[in-house]
Design a protein around this ligand. Structure first.
Ligand code: UGA
Length: 435
């Protein structure tokens, strides 16, 4: 099928590339001309395992194209996916101006029937506003359908998640939209993947409810980790025990420094706001946010308790991305922690396999802040090593070598990546979360 994708951020670019892999013909519309130039050369502006190869393949086979003109996009296909940003706006409310603008443009320039599919994360009932906007600005006699089809992919495994979905949810109002979406997702339907057909409002709610639930699960385990520290229990074992109950499950029960990234913090806030506007106090989610913030502060306090004075101490930080396998640093805990240590005048050496370039834009290299070119050199003469992201490279490192290079054998680990006994044997002073 021919499909237009508006927006080539994380969701837009991955959706466009994966759809083209499924033999659909895709035109991806992006305002930023610079981004388009690099995308046309097969260079994604984001790091995502498998994406570059898949994009290159489909560019060569001429199934994916990029353009900046939305009018061109509207003419190209009957089905248009909205993958524009819905960032945090005033008071935590989602800022829907890009959704409104895209809907308005589609209304103004459509010459025949269009199905508009919301893929961006939006508050419940946004589809009603999209419909209203289409009606207000369009020529008479042009028919539109609006559907919701939220995306559940995770950064760092976006291509895998898209191609191996737990579920595909579509919210439609009529058979015509359902038929088109079934055709687009035919590969997954035939494969036997879960394909849920519901109303647009339910579909919009499923997205926010899912992300908020996962965020709540993380705050819950972080709260238990605080209890564990008080009584000398190991949070990993508690999580393993809980996870054996199929109703609970082990995933998203990893204690750490709280959730970050471009989704959970924004979506939890937006969901609280949506409820508030409907006259409901979502106290449970407010507490989820509070615990999340406190978990970062507790970690900063932990570093200070361990090092006593951080001024002029050589501290190496491993992991700047908000999670492994991405170069994304949006809402990353590393920003708060590096800021705080910098304020205390520690000598910092930072290392991350993919996110250093992005981090340098916020924290340029300076007298007290250096970026290491490789993992081993980053710990030379360090008084402490602080781990903030659970990259495999850190888990698999030769710790004996690390021990040799450090001035003091202190590791403060926010992601619980090492085995307690193993580190003790190597004579490290090892601190982690909830253990
Ligand atoms: C999240 C959801 O998992 C996706 O399903 C969703 O599509 C996406 O948001 C979105 O709305 O676009 P993502 O933000 O990429 O995906 O990353 P996650 O793997 O969910 O991790 C989010 C945060 O939670 C990270 O900071 C991670 O370190 C933290 N986390 C995750 C924990 O602290 N503990 C865990 O057990 C799991």
């Amino acid at each position: 099928m021919r499909i237009t994708i508006i927006g080539s951020g994380y969701v837009g670019l991955v959706t466009a590339t994966c759809f083209s892999e499924l033999r659909h013909e895709i035109l991806c519309i992006e305002k930023d001309q610079k981004k388009i130039e690099v995308l046309k050369q097969g260079k994604p502006h984001i790091y995502e395992p498998g994406l570059e190869e898949m994009l290159a393949r489909n560019l060569i086979e001429k199934r994916i194209f990029f353009a900046s003109s939305i009018e061109e996009g509207i003419d190209f296909a009957d089905v248009i996916f909205l993958c524009v940003g819905t960032p945090q706006g005033e008071d935590g409310k989602a800022d829907l101006s890009q959704i409104e603008e895209a809907s308005r443009q589609i209304a103004l320039h459509s010459k025949d029937y269009k199905l508009i599919v919301e893929k961006s994360t939006v508050p419940v009932n946004t589809f009603q506003w999209v419909k209203k906007t289409l009606k207000r600005y369009s020529r008479k006699n042009i028919e539109f359908d609006v559907a919701s089809n939220p995306e559940f992919l995770r950064e760092g495994s976006a291509v895998y998640d898209f191609m191996n979905p737990d579920r595909i949810v579509i919210g439609v109002e009529n058979e015509r939209s359902e038929k088109l979406l079934r055709k687009i997702y035919d590969y997954f339907i035939k494969k036997g993947d879960n394909f849920l057909v519901t109303t647009p409002a339910v579909s919009e709610l499923i997205k926010h409810a899912s992300n908020s639930f996962l965020a709540m699960k993380i705050s819950y385990i972080n709260m238990i980790s605080e209890l564990c520290e008080k009584v000398g229990a190991d949070i990993n074992m508690v999580a393993d025990g809980m996870g054996l109950d199929k109703r609970i499950g082990r995933s998203f029960l990893n204690a750490g420094i709280g959730y970050g990234g471009s989704c959970f913090p924004k979506d939890v806030k937006a969901f609280i706001k949506i409820a508030e506007e409907l006259g409901i106090d979502f106290g449970l989610l407010k507490e989820t946010e509070k615990i999340n913030k406190r978990q970062r502060l507790r970690f900063i306090e932990k570093i200070e308790d361990i090092l006593w004075i951080s001024k002029e101490k050589n501290i190496t930080i491993w992991g700047l991305a908000f999670k492994p396998n991405t170069n994304d640093i949006r809402e990353a805990p590393s920003i708060d922690i590096v800021s705080e240590l910098n304020r205390h005048k520690a000598n910092l050496v930072l290392y991350d396999p993919k996110a250093m370039e992005n981090f340098k834009e916020i924290f340029p290299e300076s007298q007290n802040m250096k970026y290491a070119s490789n993992l081993l050199d980053s710990v030379n003469d360090a008084d402490a090593l602080v781990i903030l992201t659970e990259w495999d490279e850190f888990a698999n490192v030769d710790l004996k070598e690390i021990r040799k290079r450090m001035r003091l054998p202190i590791i403060i680990d926010a992601r619980n990546i090492y085995d307690l006994k193993g580190l003790k044997k190597l004579d490290f002073e090892y601190y982690s979360i909830g253990r």
